[in-house]
Design a protein around this ligand. Structure first.
Ligand SMILES: *[C@@H]1O[C@H](CO)[C@@H](O)[C@H](O)[C@H]1NC(C)=O
Ligand SMILES: *[C@@H]1O[C@H](CO)[C@@H](O)[C@H](O)[C@H]1NC(C)=O
Ligand SMILES: *[C@@H]1O[C@H](CO)[C@@H](O)[C@H](O)[C@H]1NC(C)=O
Length: 386
């Protein structure tokens, strides 16, 4: 199974700890007054990534050049068609609609999100945004959804198209992170969606709060409107329970659509017996969450063919028969991965909900948390900083 047991994860976390610091000692959890990790950003010279705002046209070459904590950032933020190559290290990501979007992926071949979360770079369908090109035939279904509080994009993409190991179960990325420097450090997200664009849809506007899961040949990406902070639909404390809970959706393999939809119930919240309950995710996760998420209603869906949306991807023009073969093989792969994760989650999702089952496991977040706990610099309660 791709999702390791929590026991295995803990052992893996300890192994990483030992790599970082020989003979760590377990110290008692600090009291709540010590809750602020002294090594989180926020002091002078260490800005909190999610507070750094720039017009798209005035981005500095690096938004996080600070050599503190995990800094400076790996890549750069001035990105454009001129450098949209396979080796681009662009960390400005643009997500507009079902055909025009970028995703975070590995800067090196065979990466795993756990290892490269601080250094991910953008991969795009359009060279205009300066990311590495997403190859033709790699995307096997997408759903773009606009709601009153966020836009959301979910899809199936071959892990390898983002330079991830083919069996990486992935993880979660957001502009916060335990130390508030973000994953990736210096990563900024923009959209031309009218909810963000300063000029009604031409120039991308910055998205201050977002979260993203990728792994198991699946991704989900939510861009929360800047004017809606409560409830926080881009909550990032539920990073071990994947797209199924964080962005419940009914995406089916080989379906390409763009819809309007209702907002979801915030992750962790559910009602039972007329009572609304907020469940907090334990870390490490033990067992399944105590509820099955509801999939929000969607309406006015426009449906497309893959060809309609992605005819311009790198390699797409080589031959028509190649693309036909590619998509047949592809849907088998995506379906297989979907059903594997579905049986892992045991949530009994229907056959059209295969993407919903991704259980992303951010191995580095876990091990970093454990390192901090072992070094006495952070308590379990400080998980709220994630
Ligand atoms: C990338 O290309 C754009 C123009 O397309 C340019 O403005 C930017 O400075 C370049 N960035 C780097 C890092 O070369
Ligand atoms: C996405 O936006 C681009 C312009 O940014 C537009 O050309 C394209 O038609 C849009 N695609 C969809 C599916 O809305
Ligand atoms: C928040 O912004 C969205 C997108 O621009 C807009 O549609 C909505 O009316 C705004 N909501 C509030 C409560 O201001």
């Amino acid at each position: 199974m791709m999702v390791p047991s929590t026991g295995a994860l803990f052992v893996a976390a300890l192994a990483v700890c030992h790599a970082f610091a020989a003979n760590p000692e377990i110290t008692p959890a600090p009291t709540p007054t010590q809750a602020l990790d002294p090594r989180a950003a926020g002091a002078s010279g260490t800005p909190i990534l999610s507070t750094l705002a720039y017009p798209y046209t005035a981005l500095p070459s690096q938004v996080y050049p600070f050599a503190v904590l995990r800094g400076p950032q790996f890549g750069y933020n001035q990105c454009g068609a001129a450098n949209a190559t396979d080796s681009a290290n662009c960390q400005t990501l643009v997500l507009n609609n079902a055909s025009d979007f970028c995703l975070w992926g590995s800067p090196t071949k065979q990466g795993t999100i756990g290892d490269i979360e601080a250094r991910v770079v953008s991969y795009c369908t359009d060279p205009k945004w300066g990311g590495r090109p997403i190859p033709a035939g790699a995307i096997h279904g997408v759903q773009f959804m606009r709601t009153s509080a966020y836009i959301q994009m979910v899809g199936f993409i071959d892990n390898t198209a983002l330079n991830l190991l083919s069996d990486d179960s992935g993880g979660e990325l957001d502009p916060h992170g335990a130390d508030l420097q973000g994953n990736p450090l210096g990563g900024v997200v923009y959209s031309t969606d009218p909810a963000f664009s300063p000029d009604g849809g031409v120039t991308p506007g910055q998205v201050m709060n977002w979260n993203f899961f990728v792994g198991s040949n699946t991704f989900c990406f939510k861009l929360c409107y800047n004017n809606i902070t409560s409830p926080d639909y881009c909550e990032n404390r539920y990073d071990l329970i994947g797209c199924e809970y964080n962005m419940p959706n009914a995406l089916a393999t080989s379906t390409f659509e763009s819809c309007d939809g209702d907002v979801q119930t915030p992750v962790g919240t559910y009602t039972t017996g007329g009572q609304t309950i907020t469940w907090r995710m334990p870390d490490p996760l033990v067992g399944d969450p105590p509820y099955t998420p509801n999939i929000p209603a969607s309406r006015d869906c426009q449906t497309y063919s893959s060809q309609d949306l992605f005819a311009n991807l790198a390699g797409a023009s080589t031959s028509a028969s190649a693309s036909a073969t590619g998509s047949a093989g592809a849907s088998a792969t995506a379906g297989g991965s979907g059903s594997a994760s579905r049986s892992a989650s045991g949530s009994g999702a229907s056959s059209t909900e295969s993407s919903a089952a991704l259980r992303a496991v951010p191995i580095l977040s876990l091990s970093l948390g454990s390192v901090l706990i072992l070094l006495g610099g952070m308590l379990v309660g400080a998980v709220s900083l994630f």
